[in-house]
Design a protein around this ligand. Structure first.
Ligand code: ZN
Length: 435
């Protein structure tokens, strides 16, 4: 049905715009008689809005912008994944790819340490920290210099050795007392040029579960104090790291006990879902939502991907120009959520939207000739190919995506966050993850 649109259509000769009667452009051919529709599309794969606005009548502009570019690209979904920079989470790909790689089933040498981190019973932010440390992503002096940031490579604490991750978290001589107060860490006589990941895996292997948990908190605390510039200031503070970490861990565990009992009782009740729920262990959940501002021809899309423990992996607030109906906008949000999940490699994954009509349409399998049909078709291709269930949830269970969509609309730009989310989003996510 949408194949009547094609990027190799002639702008002025073909019937390609969705408007009654002629389906043809009536404005004078300022772009040349033989201009093709693809002339109106930017290299990144979105409508060239300034060009369109300057070349057509207001009514035609609305009609053109109401066509999702997908419809112009024919059957292939390659278009979306490949070139439309508007909504592939481009910079997230690397991150996503690494998540995918390290989550890959057996055969990947990395899967071990990834799973190892996620199984440790410490707060998500500590896991996230450990992950970065293992990936060498902490902005230590050595790592920064390696990324071309003009900076001193030496450790500020001891001024003697390059500040590698292992050095900053463990081997700096200013941390000697901490190493000694962790009686369990009479480990290998490694030096600070050892990869932190190897150090971590070694201790994970030789220590008991409780000691690993404590050690993870200690590392996290050391990094915190290093960032506060406390390395050299006060040996006294450093002395307290281990005792601080063990009481922190105790608090976390007792809070967790309460949490777990709440979870059990709530999952037994048959109440309607009124808030966001954690996805099953070892799965991801994408929440999406759309918002529109019709008078400005703006569409906001919010999407957020969370781990089964509630940790935010990717959040995105997007904004683009189009004259979509609310339902089409919601369908586009779902499509983008799927594309983000697939391109970042989050699997297995489920997707939640609060657009009941759209979700029902998708799950009914009914074909529709309406505007929304082509998008639903794309959604079905991806959700079937990657086995991603799409479910309806009430707005109250979709607040983070809702807030993101509105933020996208307000800020008129595309924003993406990885793990570290802005405060306004964090509070919504905390509410979601609490019981
Ligand atoms: Zn040092």
């Amino acid at each position: 049905m949408y194949k009547k649109y094609n990027i190799i259509n002639y702008i002025y000769r073909d019937r390609w715009i969705p408007r009654p009667h002629s389906f043809m452009i009536q404005s004078p051919p300022v772009l040349g008689e033989n201009a093709l529709v693809k002339r109106l599309i930017t290299p990144s794969g979105s409508w060239d809005i300034p060009l369109i606005r300057s070349s057509f009548s207001r009514e035609e502009v609305d009609a053109i912008l109401s066509i999702p570019i997908r419809q112009l690209a024919g059957d292939s979904i390659i278009w979306h994944f490949g070139t439309d920079g508007n909504y592939t989470v481009k910079s997230g790909y690397k991150l996503g790819h690494s998540i995918w790689t390290i989550n890959a089933p057996s055969g990947s040498s990395n899967s071990g340490w990834w799973n190892t981190i996620w199984q440790i019973k410490v707060p998500p932010k500590v896991k996230s920290f450990l992950w970065k440390a293992c990936k060498n992503w902490l902005p230590t002096a050595f790592n920064l210099a390696g990324r071309g940031v003009p900076t001193e490579m030496l450790c500020l604490g001891c001024s003697k050795r390059p500040e590698t991750t292992s050095h900053a978290l463990w081997y700096c001589e200013t941390l000697k007392r901490i190493r000694f107060s962790c009686s369990f860490t009479a480990g290998p006589k490694w030096r600070d040029d050892v990869e932190f990941k190897d150090l971590f895996l070694f201790y994970k292997h030789v220590l008991c579960v409780e000691d690993v948990e404590l050690l993870c908190i200690v590392w996290w605390r050391i990094w915190f104090m290093r960032n506060r510039g406390m390395h050299s200031i006060s040996g006294h503070c450093l002395d307290e790291v281990v005792s601080w970490a063990s009481s922190y861990l105790e608090d976390f565990k007792s809070a967790r006990l309460v949490d777990t009992s709440c979870l059990v009782s709530s999952s037994c009740s048959n109440e309607l879902v009124t808030k966001w729920t954690l996805s099953p262990v070892d799965t991801f959940k994408v929440n999406v939502d759309a918002a529109i501002q019709a008078d400005k021809q703006l569409v906001g899309v919010g999407l957020i991907v969370r781990q089964s423990n509630g940790l935010v992996l990717v959040a995105s607030a997007q904004c683009f120009t189009a004259c979509f109906s609310p339902l089409v906008a919601e369908a586009v949000a779902i499509l983008r959520g799927l594309q983000c999940a697939v391109s970042c490699g989050f699997y297995p994954v489920v997707l939640d939207s609060d657009a009941k009509w759209v979700v029902d349409l998708i799950n009914s399998g009914n074909e529709t000739q309406a505007e929304i049909g082509a998008i639903v078709e794309d959604i079905l291709v991806i959700s079937k190919q990657f086995n991603i269930p799409i479910s309806f949830v009430p707005r109250a269970a979709n607040m983070a995506a809702h807030v993101l969509a509105n933020n996208g609309l307000r800020s008129c730009t595309d924003q993406v966050w990885y793990e570290e989310v802005p405060h306004w989003l964090e509070s919504v996510c905390c509410l979601d993850s609490s019981e």
